[in-house]
Design a protein around this ligand. Structure first.
Ligand code: ADP
Ligand code: MG
Length: 584
């Protein structure tokens, strides 16, 4: 099961374990190396005690010195290897989270996308997952090895002198109480800091997505203020988290200093009374010294975990958004071929529960093959018809059927592979012209591409461009004109050899010559494919086999141009003005 599927409702630490589980071997290896590092460190005081004893009794110290050197070298070598293994594992965990999250976001339902800010989702993939690096391995291992080393050190301390151990533990318990108060504050501040990064991502995306409009409106200063406010909020919260983390670290440090001094005082008194040897006190003090690093590890683990669990809960939120079912990868079980038929039966639909209905019982039938034009005033619900056919949304009631089969019964990718869709604003993606054309059918061969370029009248453009099909078109195709973008979008849809072609005001920005040429192409395609067009020009509508007149979420009339001019006043009026749907 993927992480995405198990995300719902788990506490952050369980989720953390889900992310870490695939890497448990390297994590364990790293933990083992850290333990060995800790153990070699733990032996040092014993060797030191022997050294002092040897010195005191005038024995040769070369053996003890050699052991000391070997331990120090082993300690640093194994320590370095261990920390590398752990960091590598941490990067693998981040990779796993990024893969899971990006696959998930690509499958998000359009309704979920409508409700979210893409910039914020982006921040969750890039920034929040990075924080996982800090939290998955180091704290887990820190907690494990630090805890074990801590326990071992405490046992050794007990062996050396139980009284001094009691003194040390009392100090540690006091510090632990203080930490209990600090730690939740780190979590809260981290969460707010990451939320602010998300807000910043959202504002950035908003500005960069429409930089021309922002500049033309002279709104740079206001957008700048919004961006800065988000950045400053993230700063404020991160500083707050830093403050509490520092306090936590300092509490641990202070506790150790206190323990050191107390042990020195109490131990000194015990040496004076002859209760313990001076070597024992030195060994104990060294243990107190060695307690420092596991305690810091454990405290560090706890504070880092707070940051990480804040990021995790943001990742978990993204994984909780509704997504489309996973489609089978690879070739589909051969979908039907030939033109498709489409039926809407009493379809009622609204974009969200708190929004008014857009379709109030839409009914029409489109047989296989031929061209059907949708006309009606702006806002009538024409684009929504296409969105429903692509199953970007599901109707609230009523049935939409392709080939007589309810869309709900179709495999989603099977359904979409039957359809070529040119959206109203003809989106073009950043990348080369070729990338854009082959987006919907990467396996199209050169001859086919050439043929489609010819029918969509893009040959001239491709010849003119110095790099031809490999020319980069810029973000959203800004380097192309509106008409060129539309023709690229149409070419892309045609290259899919769809069974159902949906054109939403696809030629609205073309000049008359190109429009007429494409009209002929579309008429040609309609001989072998079912074509639905939202039309804005009378010329397109008059050549349609049937016209569906929509108004305010209802189908007013269906018929040919001649029938409708005579029978439908709205259509007659639209036809009289030549423009059948204002471009919106
Ligand atoms: P048309 O294409 O006929 O001009 P649309 O189908 O695009 O009309 O839109 C019909 C209505 O649905 C409009 O009132 C519009 O505001 C609303 N609408 C369109 N898309 C969305 C959306 N994603 N979320 C909410 N409302 C929407
Ligand atoms: Mg529209």
């Amino acid at each position: 099961m993927s992480i995405a599927e198990t995300a719902g409702g788990r506490p952050p630490w369980r989720l953390l374990l889900d992310y870490v589980r695939p890497h448990r071997r390297s994590l364990l290896a790293g933990a083992a190396l850290s333990l060995v590092t800790g153990a070699t460190g733990l032996l040092l005081p014993l060797v030191a005690r022997k050294l002092i004893d040897d010195l005191g009794h005038d024995r040769s110290i070369s053996g003890a010195l050699l052991a000391l050197t070997a331990l120090v070298v082993a300690n640093s070598a194994v320590g370095a290897l261990g920390s590398f293994v752990l960091r590598r594992t941490a990067e693998s965990v981040v990779l796993g989270a990024r893969r899971a999250l990006s696959s998930y976001l690509l499958r998000l339902k359009i309704t979920a996308v409508d409700r979210s800010e893409p910039g914020d989702l982006m921040a969750r993939i890039t920034s929040d997952t990075t924080l996982l690096r800090e939290v998955t391995t180091a704290p887990l291992v820190g907690l494990g090895t630090g805890g074990l080393t801590l326990a071992a050190t405490v046992v050794m301390m007990g062996v050396v002198d139980p009284v001094l151990l009691g003194v040390t533990l009392a100090v540690i318990v006091c510090a632990g109480t203080v930490l209990g108060v600090i730690v939740p504050r780190i979590n809260r501040a981290s969460r707010r800091a990451q939320d602010a990064v998300g807000v910043m991502g959202a504002s950035l995306e908003r500005v960069l997505g429409a930089l021309r409009t922002v500049k033309a409106s002279g709104a740079e200063h206001r957008e700048e203020a919004t961006l800065h406010a988000a950045a400053e909020e993230s700063w404020r919260q991160s500083v707050r988290a830093a403050k509490w983390s520092a306090a936590a670290g300092n509490t641990a440090g202070l506790a150790m200093q206190t323990a050191f001094i107390t042990v020195l005082a109490v131990g000194g008194a015990r040496v004076a009374t002859g209760a313990i040897e001076i070597g024992t006190l030195v060994a104990f003090l060294l243990y107190v010294f060695y307690l420092m690093s596991p305690i810091q590890q454990v405290v560090g683990a706890i504070t880092q975990y707070q940051t990480g669990s804040a990021a995790l809960s943001r990742i978990q939120e993204a994984l909780g958004l509704p997504a489309e079912p996973v489609s089978r990868p690879g070739p589909l079980p051969s979908p039907a071929t030939g033109p498709a038929s489409l039926d809407f039966a009493d379809v009622r639909f609204r974009y969200a529960d708190d929004l008014p209905y857009v379709h109030h019982g839409v009914t029409f039938s489109v047989p296989a093959r031929g061209m059907t034009a949708f006309v009606g005033p702006s806002g009538a619900g024409k684009t929504t018809v296409f969105s429903l056919v692509e199953r970007f949304y599901d109707p609230e009631s009523g049935v939409i059927a392709l080939d007589g089969r309810d869309l709900a019964d179709w495999d989603l990718s099977g359904l979409r592979s039957s359809i070529g869709y040119v959206e109203q604003d003809a989106p073009v993606l950043s990348g080369s012209l070729r990338d854009n054309l082959l987006l919907g059918n990467p396996s199209a061969d050169d001859d086919t591409v050439r043929g489609v370029l010819k029918t969509t009248r893009l040959e001239g453009l491709v010849e003119r461009l110095p790099q031809g099909l490999d020319t980069l078109v810029g973000h959203r195709g800004t380097k192309l004109s509106g008409g060129e973008r539309q023709r690229v979008a149409i070419a892309r849809a045609l290259l899919r050899s769809p069974r159902l072609l949906l054109l939403d005001e696809a030629t609205s920005q073309l000049d008359a010559v190109n429009e007429a040429a494409l009209r002929d192409t579309v008429a040609d395609v309609a001989r072998t494919t079912t074509v639905l067009v939202v039309a804005h020009r009378l010329s397109t509508v008059t050549m349609a086999d049937r016209i569906v007149v929509m108004d305010a979420g209802r189908v007013r009339a269906v018929g040919t141009h001649r029938e409708l001019v005579a029978g439908d006043p709205l259509y007659a009026e639209l036809a009289a003005t030549q423009f059948l749907a204002t471009v919106d």
